[in-house]
Write a protein that binds this ligand. Structure first.
Ligand SMILES: [Fe+2]
Length: 194
């Protein structure tokens, strides 16, 4: 059986999966880094490169191959999911939203190879490879992510990014679905005419 049909067999049984069901699916699949040949190398200046392994209407599964750069704080839109560390160690920082509309770091934690950790709906986090490890992570989200918000805390800005953009500030205007300027308690939204 090919890897894709193995993944499809497990993931096609999920309908609006709960937190527990999503984790069970990952455990059942029991994927490791050796199952995933020819991972895309991270491009210059990007925190990771990702490869879509499977997607249907209910779920999407991606593998991410990390550089040593940190991604930007972001949420996963209206999706929840699990992240499994396939190689290396991840440093995951978890945020809470403040009244200003900007997230503030609550805590950070290390996750080593084999560990699964949960990302609730609307939760904001950022990740990076810890201690120069070769970080590879497997992500299972439900439903497939759309409307992800990325934050630039230095510029007090937030942006809804297009589905093809990763967890970094978009370089291309077309990847900015909606830019949100946050100034103290005043939030102004500027819609991208495109
Ligand atoms: Fe994320």
């Amino acid at each position: 059986m090919t890897l894709t049909s193995r993944i499809k067999n497990v993931l096609d049984t999920l309908k609006s999966p709960s937190k527990a069901e999503l984790k069970e699916a990952l455990i059942k699949l029991d994927l490791n880094v050796d199952d995933l040949a020819q991972l895309p190398k991270p491009s210059n200046g990007k925190p990771y490169n990702r490869k879509l392994l499977y997607k249907n209407e209910e779920v999407e599964m991606l593998v991410m191959n990390w550089s040593q750069l940190e991604c930007a704080p972001h949420d996963h839109g209206g999706s929840h999911g699990w992240i499994q560390v396939l190689s290396g160690t991840s440093l995951n920082s978890v945020y809470e939203m403040t009244g200003s509309g900007l997230p503030a770091e609550l805590f950070h934690e290390y996750h080593h190879k084999g560990k699964h950790f949960y990302a609730p709906k609307k939760a904001v986090h950022k990740m990076k490879a810890s201690n120069n490890t070769d970080l590879v992570t497997l992500h299972l989200y439900s439903p497939p992510i759309t409307g992800m918000i990325v934050y630039d805390l230095q510029r007090c800005a937030a942006c809804v990014v297009s589905d093809d953009c990763g967890a970094w500030w978009p370089k291309e205007q077309f990847q900015k679905v909606k830019e949100i300027q946050i100034k103290k308690d005043i939030v102004t939204e500027e819609r991208n005419p495109n």
